[in-house]
Write a protein that binds this ligand. Sequence first.
Ligand SMILES: [Fe+2]
Ligand SMILES: [Fe+2]
Length: 158
Amino acid sequence: MNEELNKQLNRELYSAYLYLGMSAYFDSIGLKGFANWFKVQAKEELEHAMKIYNYILDRGGRITLHPVEAVPTEYPSPRAAVLRGLEAEREQTQNINRLYELAREEGDRATEVFLHWFIEEQVEEEKIFSELLQLVDMAGDKPQALLVIDARLAQRRE
Ligand SMILES: [Fe+2]
Ligand SMILES: [Fe+2]
């Protein structure tokens, strides 16, 4: 369980990195609201990583900091970036579910309960990315529509 939690810690850091890369991409194409939204998202993933980090220590486990894989800072289109984000969240849901199964198999009640928060969080994460993809699809090739979304995303603070 300890090693699997360390791997999840790494995957949360990877998510933070992935969204920071997307933020840089949106910044480079002038969509500052999207850039802001993804920067806030990256910070959230860092918080997820820290939750796991603290939990491992609380349980007297060992922290292993695996290398974080490189991520793109360029995408073919805003849609491609948002779609990748949605896919990443779906993968993350699978990862959390697998961890949960393992905790159950091992009879590790504390980890089971600890993971409840992440299970709920993934529902929210998939939802916000699906909604964003829906908006981007609606905008299509119309720059004005994309700018309306951009203005909305500029509001996100946390
Ligand atoms: Fe996360
Ligand atoms: Fe996430």
